[in-house]
Design a binder for this molecule. Structure first.
Ligand code: KG4
Ligand code: ZN
Length: 342
C-alpha cells in the first residue's frame, strides 16, 4: 500500500550515500528533485597504477573518505544538527567491502537522527539520475543504462515500474571501453581516455563488428574487444586514434540502434541515458540525433550525473520511500542485486 508520508508538499531532505565502487559520494536532495549538495571524491588516482579498481584499496579508501565527504554535503546543504529527514545508501550491486562502508555509515546516521533508512539499488539510482534533471520526462520511456558493470535496456512505464528488455551477455559497454583502453595503453578509466584518443581519429577507418544487431535487445561486446586486439596485432602501423574512433563508433552504433528500436517497439515517448558511458559525447550526440528523427524526447543527464554520485541515490530513495516505506535496518548489502521489477 502506498505510504501517506513523506508529504510531497513539504521539504523532505534525504542524505544519499554512494560507495558501491571507486567513488565516495554524499548528497542532500529535497523531495527527490532539488539537489542541495552533491560531493564526489574519486579514487581514480589510487587505482590507476593497477589498471582497474582494486576492491581492498577501494573499501579502505571509502572508510577514510566517507566521513569528510558526508560532512561537506551536510554543511553545503545547510543541514542543522537535527540531521536530514532520511538517510539512503546504495545496497547493491557493487563491491561487497565498499558497499558495507556506505550502508553501515548510513544506518548509523539514521539511528542517531532517528529517521528512516532507505536501501537503494545502484542501477535504479543511475536511472533516476536522468529523471532528477528532467522532471518532466514523458512516460513510457526506454532507459539505456551503460556503466562499468552493466548494460541494460529498460522500459519504464512510471516511477518504480520497470521491465528489463535486454542486457549484455558478456562484457558491459564500460568494461569494453576499459579493456580496450588498457590494451591500447591509454590508462584507466578507459572511457574518457578512448573518447579523447578518438577525437583525432577516423571512425570509419576500421569496420569493427556490430554484434547481435539482428537479435532484439541483448548486447555482446566481448567479440568487439577481441576484434580490436586482433586488428592491432595484424596491423601494427594503424594509429591509436583511428582504432579508438572506430571502436567507439562500433559501440555507440550498437547501443543507439538497439535503444531506438526498443523505444519504437514499446511505443515510448522518450529515451533516457544513464551510467558512466552516457558521459560519452558521441553516444549523446547520436542519441539526440535519433530522438529528433523519431520524435522522441531525449533525456541526457549532465556528465557529472552520469558517473557515480550520491544525488541519484537520494533521488531514487525518495521514490522508494513513497512507494514502499523505509528499509529495515537488518537488510544487508547485496553485491549482485538485480533491478527491482514492478
Ligand atoms: O556508472 P559508472 O561511473 O560506474 C559504474 O557503476 O560502473 O561507470 C563507469 C564506466 C567506466 O567503465 C568508464 O570507462 C565509463 O563508465 N565511462 C565512459 C566515459 N566516462 C566514463 N565511457 C565512455 N565514454 C566516456 N566519456
Ligand atoms: Zn555506477
Amino acid at each position: 500500500m502506498a505510504q501517506t508520508w513523506p508529504r510531497r508538499d513539504e521539504p523532505f531532505l534525504i542524505l544519499g550515500v554512494e560507495t558501491s565502487c571507486d567513488e565516495t559520494a554524499a548528497a542532500v536532495v529535497a523531495n527527490g528533485a532539488a539537489v542541495l549538495s552533491s560531493v564526489v571524491s574519486s579514487q581514480i588516482d589510487l587505482h590507476a597504477r593497477f589498471g582497474g579498481v582494486v576492491p581492498e584499496i577501494a573499501s579502505r579508501a571509502h572508510v577514510e573518505l566517507l566521513t569528510p565527504v558526508v560532512a561537506e554535503a551536510l554543511v553545503e546543504a545547510a543541514v542543522d544538527d537535527g540531521g536530514a529527514d532520511a538517510v539512503a545508501a546504495t545496497v547493491g550491486p557493487g563491491l561487497i567491502g565498499s558497499l558495507l562502508v556506505g550502508v553501515s555509515a548510513a544506518k548509523a546516521l539514521a539511528l542517531v537522527w532517528d529517521v528512516p533508512f532507505i536501501g537503494v539499488n545502484h542501477m535504479e539510482a543511475h536511472l533516476y539520475a536522468a529523471l532528477l534533471e528532467q522532471p518532466n520526462v514523458v512516460f513510457p520511456t526506454v532507459v539505456l543504462l551503460v556503466s562499468g558493470g552493466h548494460t541494460l535496456l529498460v522500459e519504464m512505464r512510471d516511477h518504480g515500474h520497470y521491465r528489463p528488455l535486454g542486457g549484455t551477455i558478456d562484457d558491459a559497454a564500460g568494461e569494453a571501453f576499459d579493456k580496450v583502453a588498457r590494451f591500447l595503453g591509454l590508462g584507466y578509466p578507459g572511457g574518457p581516455a578512448i573518447e579523447q584518443a578518438a577525437a583525432g581519429g577516423d571512425p570509419e577507418a576500421v569496420p569493427f563488428p556490430r554484434a547481435l544487431l539482428d537479435q532484439a535487445w541483448d548486447f555482446s561486446f566481448s567479440g568487439l574487444k577481441t576484434a580490436v586486439i586482433n586488428h592491432v596485432r595484424k596491423n601494427p602501423d594503424v594509429t591509436t586514434a583511428d582504432v579508438a574512433a572506430s571502436f567507439q563508433e562500433a559501440v555507440v552504433d550498437v547501443l543507439v540502434t538497439k535503444a531506438a528500436a526498443a523505444a519504437t517497439h514499446v511505443g515510448a515517448a522518450s529515451l533516457c541515458l544513464g551510467g558512466g558511458v552516457a558521459a560519452n559525447t558521441r553516444l549523446r550526440d547520436r542519441t539526440a540525433e535519433v530522438c529528433e528523427q523519431l520524435g522522441l524526447q531525449a533525456v541526457l543527464p549532465s556528465r557529472a550525473m552520469c558517473t557515480d554520485n550520491a544525488a541519484m541515490v537520494a533521488a531514487a530513495a525518495w521514490w522508494r520511500l513513497l512507494s514502499e516505506g523505509p528499509t529495515p535496518l537488518d537488510a544487508g548489502a547485496q553485491p549482485n542485486l538485480a533491478l527491482p521489477l514492478a
